[in-house]
Design a protein around this ligand. Structure first.
Ligand code: SAM
Length: 300
């Protein structure tokens, strides 16, 4: 049986009329610079929470609660919610819309500056959390890369992103969408698009289509890399100069200091021609190349 604390109000904010009411009452105007497009479609909100598979024992971290629309749903499903919002003008709004939801803490901060590890440690004894968000589109890739590269302990990340970004996360070699983001996401997680969302689900309507994508953390690394930092430097170098051969991309990178001979030796060792481009290499081949280059460095 739930304790009294778990009795929370039903979400009441999820339509255009209620959203408009709240915004007017607080004299709040949405700003483009923070990517403020609020959800006004209950079906989409329910779909996000369902896809995220949230249970009463879960700690959910929400990035960018806005006026608290998705947050209300998360509070009903989860044990605890920590919502990180950059815009201080939204604090009084959230105070009103989240009144009665006792299992939520709002942090007024830039998600890129928050010590998420500390939150996970203090509030969830270090156990993996579920991250859920309708992300601000101006900063989607830096947020995803930060969560992944900092090794935030997560079970899943369920996020609304621009459709093109979701396509990039799922892309495979040979596709025009394949790049550093595809490899980073697929290195740490199994991505799956769970919903397509039209502009009409938001207020104001964005000019682009959106997708909800779920990234399930992998329990074991999919590939063996001796030096993860080197792996991502190599991946970035290859895709920063997409049109160049890999030899030139790696040679020209300011982050790497391998000689042409070392690079060519590593490429040959993974059975690829010297004219190969990074966009054709699989995750496994990037890992093998990293290990070959790592070996070249240690045998100097
Ligand atoms: N979750 C709400 C919804 O679905 O209606 C709002 C989503 S809106 C697309 C993105 C939210 O992220 C905005 O409230 C914006 O102010 C906030 N935001 C933008 N940049 C942020 C950052 N760096 N850290 C935390 N929140 C941010």
């Amino acid at each position: 049986m739930y304790s009294e604390e778990r009795i929370v109000p039903r979400p009441w904010l999820a339509d255009a009329r209620m959203t408009r009411d709240v915004l007017e009452r607080h004299n709040f105007t949405m700003v483009k610079k923070f990517g403020q497009n609020f959800l006004v479609d209950p079906g989409v909100l329910e779909g996000i929470v369902e896809a995220a598979e949230i249970y009463p024992e879960d700690l959910v971290i929400e990035i960018g609660p806005g006026i608290g629309t998705l947050t209300q749903y998360l509070c009903v499903a989860a044990g605890q919610v920590v919502a990180v919002e950059i815009d201080k003008l939204l604090m009084p709004v959230l105070e009103e819309t989240l009144r009665g939801y006792h299992n939520v803490e709002v942090i007024n901060e830039d998600i890129l500056k928050v010590d998420i590890d500390r939150i996970v440690e203090e509030k969830n004894e270090g156990r993996p959390v579920k991250i859920v968000a309708n992300l601000p589109y101006y900063i989607t890739t830096p947020i995803i890369m930060t969560l992944l590269e900092r090794h935030i302990p997560f079970e899943s990340i369920t996020i609304m992103v621009q459709k093109e970004v979701a396509d990039r996360m799922q892309a495979h070699p040979g596709s025009k969408d394949y790049g550093a983001l595809s490899l980073a996401v697929q290195y740490y997680a199994d991505p799956e698009v769970v919903m397509s969302v039209p502009p009409s689900a938001f207020m104001p309507r964005p000019k682009v289509d959106s997708s909800v994508i779920k990234l399930d953390a992998v329990s074991e690394p999919k590939v063996n890399v001796s030096d993860e930092k080197l792996f991502f430097k190599i991946v970035r170098a290859c895709f920063n100069q997409r049109r160049k051969t890999m030899v030139n991309g790696l040679k020209n990178s300011e982050d790497l200091s391998f000689s042409k001979e070392e690079i060519e030796g590593a490429i040959i060792s993974i059975d690829k021609p010297l004219t190969v481009r990074g966009e054709t290499l699989t995750l496994e081949e990037f890992a093998a190349l990293t290990n070959a280059l790592g070996d070249a460095r240690t045998t100097l």
